[in-house]
Write a protein that binds this ligand. Structure first.
Ligand code: GLU
Length: 480
């Protein structure tokens, strides 16, 4: 059997982490079996359609390194891969089912259906179509279809059960009496998800349907449809849903869920992919950090756990930090570009990077540490005094002394090592090095947290450093 998997996202505006997780598993499974991975856009629900979503999905997949073999952008033997461009296919398939007696026209108005549902609810019954139009004769239905608005419904058997062996969950079975006579084709000629997904999975030769567990209850309907058409069933595998750390379903209220958010906040695609690989799956050697290739080499659906994995952004940040740490400076400078001020010179970044490289967990954090190199900081007089633990006058005196020291240093002596050594000589009983260095730090960076002080001064240079200390002194002098 040729292995062909797919993802079939609906274009709702974002590349959801959950969808990308499903994509990753489909991709890994296909690639571990020398199969093909297909992207199909399920855009028949026009109310949920957000223009531009396809591009968002394509670029998220590309960014993550998940390559599609067939899809809307690149084409393939079963074009088109966008459902709204396949409408006549669904119509003819729905008609074929009616002809075979496996589906029927339903003329019930929305008002009648609403009243039916209400009465079912009041009587504590399952809310299901009551079969009124199922009982029409074929001739009667055909005649009315010529002039009356109608949908096409699947004739679901009312007895027996529908089962399958799920590749992740084992045997699953549904009693048919609980399954509704599903609408296949709406009155506007658009297919429902159920019809379109089955027709396309069949026509696109999908061998394995690997999708999130929220679709489990749809699967018996799909199986009945495959059978009604007389088609061979694909294999089904239902993957666990990702959860927020508080175990609620992954949602944007509690966690960023858009892949674009992660890209824009300085996560590396390799780290995000690696983290998604760890969702419900573990490396046979217990490794936490591994490449997509290694995932594919070791992948099997049976290794996927059914317990719902927690998607924890903090853990992802930690892993992202590991990836940043092993990225060479040269490469990292390129990656940092969108996160640093526009005019930042590469030579400057190259000098700053070694001071910060091991501290950051995301590319975005780089600027938190490095911004003062590019922009003069806001200095707060209160913060200066809090660090110096001296009076305003005394702090000013010390800052002046420090400036004088800088002035005496020749160019060749302006190294981090020399700077620190000479600055330590300024220490006095009441001016411990800690107090002095923290005061200077606030004066030149605006903050109590910064990369190593003397390395930073070295990079800023003598003139700029003196200028900043002078500026901080003026602020202190004019503060009350
Ligand atoms: N269009 C569905 C979605 O948005 C596809 C579900 C499936 O894979 O069958 O996820």
């Amino acid at each position: 059997m040729r292995i062909r998997t797919r993802i079939a996202p609906s274009p709702t505006g974002i590349a959801h982490v959950g969808n990308m997780y499903t994509a990753l598993l489909n991709y890994a499974f296909a690639k571990s079996q020398e199969g093909k991975f297909i992207l199909r856009i399920e855009d028949t629900d026009r109310e949920r359609y957000v223009p531009g979503s396809e591009q968002v999905i394509f670029s998220a997949l590309r960014w993550l390194g998940i390559q599609i073999d067939e899809g809307p952008e690149i084409g393939g033997p079963y074009e088109p891969y966008t459902q709204s461009k396949r409408l006549p296919i669904y119509v003819s398939h729905a008609q074929a089912l009616v002809k075979k007696g496996k589906a029927y026209f339903c003329f019930c108005s929305p008002e009648r259906l609403a009243a039916m549902r209400k009465s079912q609810q009041q009587r504590g019954k399952l809310s299901m179509y009551d079969g009124t139009c199922r009982r029409l004769t074929a001739a009667e239905a055909k005649k009315r279809a010529g002039s009356e608005k109608h949908v096409v419904r699947l004739k679901v058997p009312k007895t027996g059960s529908t089962s399958w062996r799920d590749l992740i969950r084992g045997d699953i079975s549904f009693e048919n009496f609980g399954l509704d006579d599903q609408v296949l084709l709406k009155s506007d000629g658009f297919p429902t998800y159920h019809l379109a997904v089955v027709v396309d999975d069949h026509r696109m030769r999908i061998s394995h349907v690997i999708r999130a567990e929220e679709w489990i209850s749809s699967t018996p309907k799909h199986i009945l449809l495959f059978r009604a058409f007389g088609w061979k069933l694909p294999e089904f595998a239902h993957t666990p849903l990702l959860r927020n750390p508080d175990r609620s379903k992954l949602s944007k209220r509690k966690n960023p869920v858009s892949v674009v958010w992660y890209r824009e906040h300085g996560f590396l695609p390799q780290a995000l992919v690696n983290y998604l690989c760890l969702m419900g799956w573990s490396h046979p050697e217990g490794k936490e950090k591994f490449s997509l290739k290694e995932f594919i080499d070791n992948f099997s659906l049976e290794r996927i756990q059914t317990t719902q994995p927690i998607f924890d952004v903090e853990k992802l940040r930690w892993l992202n930090g590991l990836y940043i740490r092993e990225t060479k400076d040269q490469k990292l400078i390129g990656l940092l570009r969108p996160f640093v001020p526009k005019g930042a010179k590469a030579s400057m970044l190259r000098r700053i990077l070694p001071l910060i490289h091991d501290r950051i967990h995301t590319l975005e954090e780089f600027n938190d540490y490095a911004e003062f190199f590019f922009t003069k900081p806001q200095v707060d007089a209160k913060l200066l005094l809090k660090q110096s633990k001296h009076s305003q006058l005394e702090t000013l005196r010390k800052l002046k002394e420090f400036m004088a020291l800088l002035n005496t240093l020749q160019t060749g002596e302006f190294t981090a090592f020399k700077l620190e050594k000479r600055s330590r000589e300024l220490a006095e009983d009441e001016w411990t090095p800690k107090k002095l260095f923290m005061t200077v730090r606030v004066a030149i960076t605006g903050s109590t947290v910064s990369p190593p002080l003397f390395d930073s001064i070295h990079i800023l240079g003598k003139t700029e450093t003196i200028d900043r200390v002078k500026h901080a002194a003026t602020i202190l002098k004019t503060s009350s």
